[in-house]
Write a protein that binds this ligand. Structure first.
Ligand code: HEM
Length: 502
């Protein structure tokens, strides 16, 4: 056979595979028991194509929100899939024993699923026990070590960099700055201060890795790895790669970064080596708790979990801080009030306006839009509808946060809506702010992220006034890591008009 014949045969096989895949996606067995639920699109009872299309074009959540606004809190988005946009339905699905869907199988590092990707409740609960104490609210709030870590990262790395930029009149690229800060905090907590990253001071090293994390979770790459998985695999067998090589290279870069930082730290306490300085964060504790596996497996398992925690920890926290600073920089009146309030309080953590600014940012710009699919493990009732076993359901913090009855003018960032409201009303409102999720699969890093964000905002806005430069594209991408489309937020930092003791 000549080379051209082989290429032609591969092209024909690929075309056939594509046609078959479209046919299968377009005509799926319909689930008759879901007929009572309103269809988001006429095709959804028998086809996934509408869902795949809005996902591929990056409009999944605005289109589903539009459909919810006219059709109600439960809509059908595929032959076997529903979308929920009400906290009662969310409580049933995410607070109960619905497992994660097969979408999560695609996320492994070093041959193991990290906590986030474990589908079943029992295996998940076993793994989660390794980390529950480490991330509990009382551990985080009372940890003197974490307090020192934050203090040293802020005073020795972040503030000198901002002072220099402000004195020189230089812009600060805030989307990078916030991710660098967040990675330094998360790795410092997990691996110990001396063994974690110092990206705030090693900008080139940081930029290389930030790009890799960004490319790996890029919207279309995520879509290809999850929804197009079978097509991507079949094409790969024919020698055609639908996923750009940059994604594989990014995965390699992330894996080697994770492996290096994790094994260096583990080796130090395993072999009593002295290369690694200082304490080793929480890793030693996790290592000792892991029984019944070989040392090699333990290392791979821990590195896999670290992959998950480092990725979520730096991108999500960095994204939230970026949107918060963007809004404060274009709402100078609120920024000024916040600065005054922080300066007037002995304990700036107790600032009501600081809380309001954070909650409003979680509501408007949740760092992950989804999808977060779950599978009904038995016949259930969701928001009054009978849902058969095997149905896939999902919800999104973006859609829940745009509830106009709960949040008038839902598309506007208005922190004032959280100020002066009575505690019952505030609790009601908070149920709709679902950025860290709820139930057994709630984000384990929530308290670490919140303390890191509060400390960052207090330190910066007690000292500096920030203003926007140019016209950054802050459109939020509708995907799992919903980062700003322009991936950049340059701000000007000016020493604050108020003098404070901090
Ligand atoms: C603002 C920052 C953060 C946001 C918005 C966020 C959001 C989320 C969300 C929505 C989930 C559920 C994902 C799903 O079910 O598919 C999740 C899970 C998780 N997050 Fe976070 N996260 C943040 C920070 C962190 C940090 C700092 C860490 C750890 C250092 C972390 C570690 C995890 C882990 C391990 C899970 C899986 C939990 C489980 O399945 O039991 N996250 N996070």
């Amino acid at each position: 056979m000549m080379v051209s014949d082989i290429v032609l045969a591969a092209a024909i096989a690929a075309a056939l595979k594509l046609v078959l895949w479209i046919y299968e996606s377009a005509r799926q067995p319909t689930n008759g028991q879901l007929h009572a639920i309103t269809n988001a699109h006429f095709s959804t009872p028998f086809s996934r194509l509408w869902l795949l299309w809005i996902r591929a074009t990056g409009e999944e959540f605005t289109k589903c929100l539009e459909a919810h606004r006219t059709l109600g809190p439960i809509i059908r988005i595929g032959p076997n899939e529903i979308s929920i946009n009400h906290v009662d339905g969310v409580r049933t699905v995410y607070g109960g024993n619905w497992d994660k869907s097969s979408m999560y199988d695609k996320f492994t590092y070093f041959g193991f699923s990290p906590l986030f990707a474990i589908r079943q409740g029992k295996s998940h609960a076993e793994r989660k026990r390794l980390f529950t104490h480490v991330f509990s609210k009382s551990t985080i709030v009372n940890s003197a070590k974490l307090n020192d870590l934050l203090q040293s990262i802020l005073t020795a790395r972040l503030l000198p960099r901002l002072r220099q930029a402000s004195d020189n009149g230089d812009d600060v690229e805030v989307f990078s700055l916030t991710r660098e800060y967040s990675m330094d905090v998360v790795t410092g907590y997990l691996y110990g201060k001396e063994n974690g990253t110092n990206w705030l001071e090693n900008h080139d090293n940081a930029a290389h890795h930030l790009t890799a994390f960004q490319q790996y979770a890029e919207r279309l790459a995520f879509f290809a790895i999850t929804d197009l998985h079978s097509l991507v695999t079949s094409f790969k067998r024919l020698g055609i790669d639908l996923v750009p090589p940059s994604v594989d290279m990014a995965y390699e870069t992330i894996s080697s970064f994770l492996w290096d930082i994790t094994t260096r730290t583990i080796d130090s306490f395993k072999n009593g080596e002295t290369e690694v300085k200082g304490d080793t964060g929480i890793l030693k504790d996790v290592w000792q708790k892991l029984g019944n596996v070989t040392a090699e497996e333990k290392t791979r398992l821990i590195a896999s979990d670290m992959g998950d925690q480092l990725h979520a920890g730096h991108v999500a926290t960095g994204t939230m801080l970026t949107y918060l600073m963007w809004e404060l920089s274009r709402n100078i009146d609120i920024q000024t009030r916040l600065r005054r309030e922080l300066a007037s309080l002995n304990d700036p953590y107790s600032s009501e306006l600081l809380d309001a600014v954070l909650l409003e940012t979680y509501r408007m710009y949740p760092a992950g839009y989804g999808p977060f699919p779950r599978v009904a493990s038995e016949n259930s009732t969701v928001h009054g509808f009978a849902i058969p076993k095997g149905t896939i359901a999902s919800a999104s913090p973006f859609m829940l946060g745009r509830n106009a009855a709960m949040f008038p003018n839902p598309d506007f960032w208005l922190p004032g809506r959280w100020v002066g409201v009575d505690s019952d009303k505030k609790r009601q409102m908070q149920r709709w702010v679902w950025m860290f999720m709820s139930g057994p699969r709630i984000c384990i890093g929530e308290h670490l992220a919140v303390i890191a964000m509060k400390r960052f905002v207090i330190e910066i806005y007690s000292r500096y006034e920030t203003t926007i430069i140019g016209d950054p594209d802050m459109t939020q991408l509708e995907t799992f890591f919903s980062v700003p489309a322009g991936a950049s937020l340059p701000l000007k930092f000016r020493r604050g008009p108020l003098k404070t003791n901090r």
